[in-house]
Ligand binder design. Structure first.
Ligand SMILES: NC(=O)c1ccc[n+]([C@@H]2O[C@H](COP(=O)([O-])OP(=O)(O)OC[C@H]3O[C@@H](n4cnc5c(N)ncnc54)[C@H](OP(=O)(O)O)[C@@H]3O)[C@@H](O)[C@H]2O)c1
Length: 265
């Protein structure tokens, strides 16, 4: 069994990466996905992926190895596969809260490691993925970045910012969802049914984000365009600020950051 890419842990993220790889022109037959319970990813067989339970065999033949298991499973997994890894391969870790330093210490040898922090929008190719590297050169990083670019937007950051990236991008999905849900509830109170209100709130949030991303604009510039003097928008916006909207968001983000910095392993 030969393959170029091994995805160890074919769960939500591993499966999304596998499907995203097809968009970056990798052939499904060059990708092997492992997990213990293969029945759960039987549908991926039809796409042409190789499915297996043997992590050692899968990693041995791969030039790129994605680690996509849960944080508590990583130590056992690294012990299992470390003898089949070598310096010509690139190890891509998506494991939340596990540093490249910790992974390298488990391996006990120098292997290029790229750490990736995507968010759940990876499933629809709209992730914000932050990347950092250890013992990897620019070519290694570029190879991994190309894959995640096919799954959304990427940013290479220093590893010291990886926890902040987890809060802003991964937890950020929940924060943005709560805004959309609250806007939906306001819409229902004004007379829309819930589906209509959610469509309007979600598409409006998506449009606002697209204005910033496509025009490289600033939020306050876009706010100025829709706040007529003495109008309804500024009245509502100022009331939200009096109630602490920006302050609540910043405090929530910093509380998440404090928590992630104090999570017991
Ligand atoms: N989901 C996201 O968008 C996201 C975003 C950022 C970071 N992450 C990180 O990515 C990792 C995976 O997240 P997820 O949401 O995809 O979790 P998940 O759905 O639980 O997937 C983990 C998979 O690992 C498999 N697994 C466990 N032990 C294994 C082993 N020894 N060998 C092979 N496969 C094994 C499990 O399947 P079996 O039980 O069948 O083996 C499971 O399918 C986590 O560390 C998470 O923190 C996820």
């Amino acid at each position: 069994m030969t393959s170029k890419i091994a995805i160890i842990g074919g769960g939500n993220l591993g499966s999304a990466i596998a499907l995203g790889l097809l968009k970056s022109k990798t052939k499904a037959s060059d990708i092997i996905i492992t997990r213990r319970n293969l029945a759960k990813i039987d549908h991926l067989k039809k796409e042409g992926f190789q499915l297996a339970t043997d992590n050692v065999k899968a990693t041995k033949n791969a030039s790129l190895v994605f680690l996509c298991v849960q944080p508590k499973q990583i130590a056992n997994l690294l012990n299992e596969i470390k003898s089949s890894l070598n310096a010509k391969q690139i190890l891509v870790s998506t494991i939340t809260g596990v540093s490249t330093e910790e992974i390298a210490a488990h391996l006990g040898k120098k292997i290029p490691i790229v750490r990736a922090m995507p968010n759940t929008a990876i499933a629809i190719g709209k992730s914000m993925t932050c990347l950092c590297a250890k013992d990897a050169d620019e070519k290694h990083l570029a190879e991994v970045q190309k894959i995640f670019n096919a799954l959304g937007e990427t940013l290479v950051i220093e590893e010291r910012l990886m926890k902040a990236a987890t809060v802003l991008a991964a937890s950020g999905i929940a924060f943005a969802m709560r805004y959309i849900r609250a806007a939906t509830q306001g819409g229902i109170q004004m007379g829309f049914d819930s589906e209509e209100a959610q469509l309007i709130a979600a598409q409006t949030a998506s449009g606002a984000a697209s204005l910033l991303l496509s025009r490289e604009s600033h939020p306050e510039m876009e706010i100025d365009k829709v706040t007529t003097p003495e109008g309804c928008t500024i009245a509502g916006l100022n009331e939200m600020e009096h109630q602490g909207l920006s302050s609540a968001l910043i405090k929530g983000i910093i509380t998440s950051f404090d928590r992630i910095n104090n999570i017991k392993k």
